[in-house]
Design a protein around this ligand. Structure first.
Ligand SMILES: [Zn+2]
Length: 409
């Protein structure tokens, strides 16, 4: 894999388009200059055009040469990929989703919309509507064909597009270090955000305070009374009132920090004013809250599913080979027979494995807590109790079945 990384570095270094772009820009400049001089003196047109011929030819040759280098780099990388990752046929005789093409199209459109690829999404939706996909369930895969494909809820694409373009407009402002549109949005939605226990509105306002506090040398805003310490103070007086009930301690700390303004670096509040990651952090929180108010997760589900699938693929291929070789069948329905180690960021639901039966709990066999506080799966509990009083397998506690309560993870 190391040799592949070396090839990738080479590709980035030698085969990027920077020079091509510069050379194309040069040609554009020459053309624009020629147009300008023709506009100023129309009589000079033929002379100007004649003069342009050689430099233009030279320019185009240069662009072609640049591109040759890029092609060369790309094919070298392609060869390295083939060598390092030899092509293996995937067993395509199983396609668990072949019976739900409309659902897949919906997931793709949704992904494009939430990534801000509005034009692509609209083309995709148009084409999908013109050529509605036909379900083609395969033998041995879950058959959803009885389900009506029209049941797939239609995507309110225009509405979603409007919302997401608003989100991207605000994110762009955040990138340009302008907090105002994000704060306005958070204020307009403060009721819903608060209901979710979100701190977003305060976090944004706090950053605005810090941003002003750090002054013109950091924030690049005009050096006047609305900036620096005085600007931060005015901002706090105008806007922090509404946060007092929930964030009094933070506000007190921000106020006390003012006393250290000349020597912030050595103050106990240094961390609050270290905003290296603050803009990225608020952008992430903003995206998460914005999506959650739309009833969506912060990460694209399609992206997550595809990434998790790519991680799981080697294990699943191995499993597939074993199942095929031993001619056994995959017997569990709602659970994979092997564990797929996914990164923490991809794990959304806590799972519970019963310490008695060693089985993962399910909706039908949920975890049950006994009065002593120990937890086992429902089926294990039923086996233990045999209807009467029984002793917990982990402590001397005794209980009866009806005292156990289901745990919702
Ligand atoms: Zn116990």
């Amino acid at each position: 894999m190391d040799s592949l990384l070396i090839e990738l570095a080479k590709l980035r270094r030698d085969a990027n388009l920077t020079e091509s772009i510069q050379d194309v820009d040069k040609i554009l400049e020459q053309l624009e200059a020629a147009r300008e001089s023709i506009v100023q003196d129309p009589n000079s047109a033929s002379f100007t055009l004649a003069k342009l011929q050689n430099p233009l030819k030279h320019g185009f040759d240069k662009v072609n040469e640049d591109l040759k280098r890029v092609h060369k780099g790309q094919s070298a990388y392609g060869r390295a990929l083939d060598k390092n990752l030899p092509h293996k046929e995937l067993p395509f005789d199983i396609d668990g989703l072949a019976s739900r093409p409309a659902l897949i199209n919906r997931a793709i459109s949704m992904h494009l919309l939430r990534e801000g690829q509005f034009q692509v999404a609209s083309t995709f939706l148009d084409e999908a509507q013109e050529n509605p996909p036909q379900p083609s369930p395969m033998p041995g895969t879950p058959n959803f064909s009885e389900m009506d494909e029209t049941e797939v809820p239609s995507l309110k694409s225009q509405e979603l597009q409007d919302k997401f373009s608003n989100m991207y407009a605000i994110l762009n402002e955040l990138k340009a270090q302008n907090l105002h549109p994000a704060i306005e949005w958070a204020r307009a939605n403060s009721h819903e955000l608060e209901k979710r226990g979100s701190n977003l509105e305060f976090e944004l306002s706090k950053l605005q305070f810090v941003w002003l506090f750090l002054g013109p040398s950091v924030n690049g805003l005009p050096n006047d009374l609305n900036n620096g310490l005085s600007g931060a103070l005015v901002y706090a007086q105008q806007h922090f009132q509404r946060f007092q009930a929930r964030f009094l301690k933070d506000i007190q700390q921000l106020a006390t920090a003012m006393a250290y303004s000349s020597n912030l670096k050595d103050s106990p509040y240094y961390r609050t004013f270290d905003i290296e990651t603050a803009w990225d952090d608020v952008s992430t929180s903003f995206t998460r809250e914005f999506c959650s108010l739309l009833g969506l997760s912060a990460e694209s589900p399609l992206y997550l599913a595809a990434t998790a699938g790519a991680i799981a693929l080697p294990t699943l291929l191995k499993l597939y080979a074993i199942v095929k070789e031993k001619r056994t069948e995959w017997t569990t329905r709602s659970e994979l027979p092997v564990e797929i180690a996914l990164p923490k960021s991809m794990i959304f639901h806590a799972i519970f494995v019963c310490p008695v039966s060693k089985e993962q709990t399910t909706d039908q066999n949920p975890p049950m807590i006994m009065p002593c506080g120990h937890v086992v799966a429902k089926e294990s509990l039923q086996r233990l109790s045999k209807g009467g009083k029984f002793k917990c397998p982990y402590c001397p506690g005794e209980s009866i079945l009806s005292q156990a309560r289901e745990i919702i993870l």
